[in-house]
Design a protein around this ligand. Structure first.
Ligand code: NAD
Length: 316
């Protein structure tokens, strides 16, 4: 099997590639290294198991170059990871999400590639969804531009299934955390404490409560579900069984970083930023019914991630 991983030098992509290589797949990566890091995949590039096309999904020629390499399956993970950026530069997610996904699908069509797995997100459900939110909840009304681009990506993929015979696995991820994380709440907290060990500023009132999934669990779930779900269009939430509050995350990070005296200060308000969804928990019965379960629930994943990131920052 030869896989094309878009965004393969990123956080989740690089973990997925570790799994693909260890099961014997060949991998082509297309990444513009905007938030990804070459070091995450460099060992595989050196052995020749991964071919890196340093290119941009917004450029159809770059996408075609990667897609022409005899690809069996596309794992489409590249996207702007910063939901907040969408509020300042409002065409970011349109270009890096929606148009980029169109370019990937169109290159698949013209190169005869049929299979695609897509990294979507729990944010497509918006903020009034029942919790835990099942896959068949609707209508989906995202409240961020990032969420809108994920929903648009899902729609494009579904239309490629209906019109051009593509086969797709759409994964709506919870918050994915773990080693090599380059953004997100735990990463932010560790960096803030490194700058000023006496205080930790938390955006919002700390009561935001979301479900966290360890990245190893996430990529194992992707590959497991793809083995077991054989519809033409497959839609799965991927998450853990429970949630963890931002307040608890702050306490864990203070503890793991040994900054016991740090004052945790809340900026107030129920959201961390405009477009943030304060509470999210995905229904994961569909995933569980394929026979896959997570190794870590939210709090264990948070603690594990804090330890990993602290170690990585120490070696920077
Ligand atoms: P990441 O930023 O680490 O990875 C994204 C990768 O895509 C990076 O390597 C970046 O350089 C690359 N990239 C971005 N724009 C590109 C472009 N135009 N052309 C080529 N490469 C480009 O983010 P991640 O956390 O690994 O997320 C991977 C995917 O999972 C994304 O689609 C993200 O929206 C989705 N997702 C992530 C989470 C999470 O909690 N991390 C949750 C839900 C969904």
């Amino acid at each position: 099997m030869r896989a094309l991983v878009t965004g393969g030098a990123g956080f989740i992509g690089s973990h997925l590639i570790d799994r693909l290589i260890s099961r014997g797949d060949d991998v082509v990566v297309i990444d513009n290294l905007s938030s990804g890091q070459l070091s995450f995949i460099e060992p595989h590039v050196k052995t020749g198991k991964v071919v890196l096309v340093q290119g941009d999904l917004c450029n159809p020629d770059d996408v075609n170059q990667a897609m022409a390499m005899d690809i069996d399956c596309v794992y489409h993970l590249a996207a702007n990871p910063d939901i907040r950026l969408g509020t300042r530069v409002t065409d970011t997610d349109l270009k890096q999400g929606t148009i980029a996904t169109y370019n990937v699908l169109e290159a698949m069509r013209s190169n005869g590639v049929v299979n695609i797995a897509f990294a979507s997100s729990s944010v497509v459900y918006g903020e009034d969804a029942p919790m835990p939110t099942p896959e068949d909840h609707g209508p989906c009304m995202p409240i961020s531009l990032y969420g809108a681009s994920k929903q648009a990506g899902e729609g494009l993929i579904s239309s490629w299934v209906g019109t051009f015979g593509a086969k797709a696995w759409i994964f709506r991820f919870a918050n994915i955390i773990g080693a090599r994380g380059t953004h997100g709440v735990i990463f932010d907290f560790i960096h803030k404490l490194k700058k000023d060990p006496t205080r930790l500023e938390v955006l919002g009132n700390g009561l935001q409560e979301k479900s966290y999934m360890e990245v190893g669990d996430c990529v194992d779930a992707i590959l497991h579900v793809m083995e077991h779900a054989k519809e033409q269009l497959n839609l799965y939430n991927l998450g853990s069984h429970d949630t963890c509050s931002v307040r608890r995350i702050a306490e864990i990070v203070v503890e793991v970083t040994n900054n016991h005296g740090a004052a945790i200060e809340y900026t107030g308000g129920e959201r961390g930023w405009a477009g943030d969804i304060p509470r999210a928990r995905l229904g994961i019965d569909k995933m569980l019914n394929t026979g896959f379960d997570v190794q870590m629930n939210s709090e264990a994943a948070v603690r594990h991630t804090a330890k990993c990131l602290l170690e990585e920052i120490g070696t920077e």
